[in-house]
Design a protein around this ligand. Structure first.
Ligand SMILES: Cc1cc2nc3c(=O)[nH]c(=O)nc-3n(C[C@H](O)[C@H](O)[C@H](O)COP(=O)(O)OP(=O)(O)OC[C@H]3O[C@@H](n4cnc5c(N)ncnc54)[C@H](O)[C@@H]3O)c2cc1C
Length: 489
């Protein structure tokens, strides 16, 4: 009998769990190591005083029939989580405005909203919608990007259709370039695009790759869409964990990978710290799937080569500052959309998720409000007093929320905040950076970081790799890496 190949997956985020479950289904002997007490990483939850808070991700793309999560659950033979579509996907409030720009799920309604909100923007949206259609059709061919050799390039060329080639002139353009070329100078539209794109690509319209931006902006409408999970975000990782176990894989929590040990240029074992008793142990491996950031991978491999230099030259990823509130329903306006975005006069933006009655996140008569903003990580690790910084940021977030949730402070039952330091502790991500590598033209698609690493049996999975952040993005990343192992391993 041939021995099964042993795969060690470092990290049980959505990327690691998806890769682990798919590999177990394909007959590999899979062990997933997770440093936290629970799987899910940035898409997990925590409980306080009867409330369940989603740590980071609160809405999910790719759960529609045929979407990436749906495809993976079908392949794994596990039922997808119960969901409701978000409609509108988001209600965006620009400074000084009391009526939102609502990103409706119905494409016709969203088109009408765009025409009303941004008169004269038709040519811009026409280009973006066309790019979306062409990119999406290419995406359905399940390309493995980026290509790294002639064989990869050949495989990619076989998938190219004439309509894909017409996107090439946009390959090095940004959304801002498309906006300028369409002759649009509407500052409201620019603000709206900056706000929405920062959620998906970490950077605004002037820096986001046009092809990535087209997909990100087009995903919210039917037949695709954004979804709210019944229960909590934890359900997504619970289902993936269930699939992992069903196919013979194992997950060990409170186990932190400290180093990937190499011999003759290949990984031969992973050195692990058991965080329950601080004991060190080693697990032999044939393959390693690292569901960590690219910066953390270079540390695990102790690399000092071209790859580590390339990684260290990448612009820093954002951190997140998040306020988690448990409130009495009295401050929630009637018909409050599940997701809102606020921009204030000073340029401060907040993305807000509000639970719905009966969605499993709050006791009867109460709700959760989660408000996040992207922040640079450096100040949170610098000489400034950490507690003062945290209090100031919390007070600013509450002040920004108060006009929309009148009487918020009197309705508070629970309040706490997470900073880059919290994310570092909870997810072990470099400096608490979240969101992976920003989607600028020279870091996206063929120029993105590959699942392949300089060590042939070590694979990088997650939001540092193509196609970027979000639970849907890291699921593509995991599936690509698994396919590469099948092809090359
Ligand atoms: C505030 C915020 C809001 C967001 N909102 C959304 C949203 O609404 N929708 C959406 O789709 N996405 C959202 N995202 C992004 C999304 O959560 C992430 O892109 C995605 O969950 C990342 O998954 P991952 O598997 O790549 O990494 P992670 O979630 O970081 O998972 C990595 C896992 O590996 C573990 N780990 C790390 N190092 C080690 C080690 N050495 N040993 C063992 N274990 C290790 C970590 O504990 C973690 O569990 C949001 C993120 C944040 C922070």
């Amino acid at each position: 009998m041939t021995q099964k190949q042993q795969v060690v997956v470092i990290g049980a985020g959505i990327g690691g769990l998806t890769a682990g479950a798919l590999l177990a289904k394909r007959g590999f002997d899979v062990l997933v190591l997770e440093q936290a007490a629970l799987p899910g990483g940035c898409a997990s939850t925590f409980k306080r005083r009867g409330f369940t808070f989603d740590v980071g991700a609160t809405q999910v793309a790719g759960l529609e029939p045929g979407g990436i999560h749906d495809q993976i659950f079908r392949e794994l033979g596990v039922a997808p989580p119960e969901v409701t579509p978000c409609d509108p996907a988001c209600a965006v409030y620009l400074p000084g405005e009391s009526q939102p720009i609502s990103v409706w799920r119905d494409p016709k309604r969203w088109q009408a909203e765009r025409a009303t909100q941004f008169p004269g923007s038709g040519p811009f949206w026409q280009v973006m919608d066309d790019l979306f259609t062409r990119c999406w059709a290419f995406n359905q061919t399940e390309p493995i990007l980026p290509f790294q050799n002639l064989n990869d390039l050949w495989q990619l060329l076989l998938k190219l259709k004439p309509q894909t080639l017409t996107t090439l002139p946009y390959a090095l353009q940004t959304v801002g370039d498309v906006l300028k070329r369409s002759g649009n100078r509407d500052p409201r539209l620019k603000q709206f695009l900056d706000l929405q794109l920062k959620l998906y690509s970490q950077v605004g319209a002037d820096e986001t790759a046009a092809l990535y931006g087209a997909v990100a902006l087009g995903l919210s409408t039917a037949p695709r869409g954004l979804f709210h999970l019944k229960g909590s975000m934890q359900v997504l990782s619970e289902r993936l964990h269930q699939a992992l176990v069903q196919h013979g894989g194992r997950l060990l929590t409170r186990q932190r990978a400290e180093r990937i040990l190499l011999k003759d240029g290949r990984a031969r074992a992973v050195q692990v710290a058991d965080l329950r008793n601080e004991k060190a142990w080693e697990v032999p491996c044939d393959q390693v799937f690292a569901n960590v950031t690219c910066w953390d991978l270079t540390r695990l491999l102790q690399l000092k080569n071209t790859y580590s230099r390339q990684v260290n030259q990448l612009p820093e990823a954002s951190g997140a500052f998040v306020v988690y509130l448990g409130v009495k329903n009295g401050c929630i306006p009637p018909d409050c959309p599940p997701h809102l975005q606020f921009l204030d006069e000073a340029g401060g933006s907040l993305f807000v998720s509000v639970s719905r009655p009966g969605d499993g996140r709050a006791p009867a008569g109460m709700a959760t409000i989660i408000a996040s903003s992207f922040v640079p990580t450096a100040p949170w690790w610098g000489p400034q007093d950490y507690d003062t910084l945290k209090q100031t940021a919390t007070a600013a977030a509450l002040a920004q929320l108060e006009p929309y949730f009148p009487g918020l402070e009197e309705h508070l039952v629970h309040q706490e905040s997470a900073t880059p330091r919290t994310f570092k502790r909870f997810t072990h991500r470099n400096l608490g950076m979240v969101g992976g590598v920003a989607q600028r033209p020279w870091q996206f698609g063929p120029l993105a970081l590959s699942n392949r690493t300089p060590v042939p049996n070590v694979w990088l999975v997650g939001d540092s790799t193509y196609p970027g952040e979000g639970t849907a993005g890291v699921s593509y990343s995991a599936r690509n890496a698994v396919r590469l192992l099948e092809r090359l391993g």
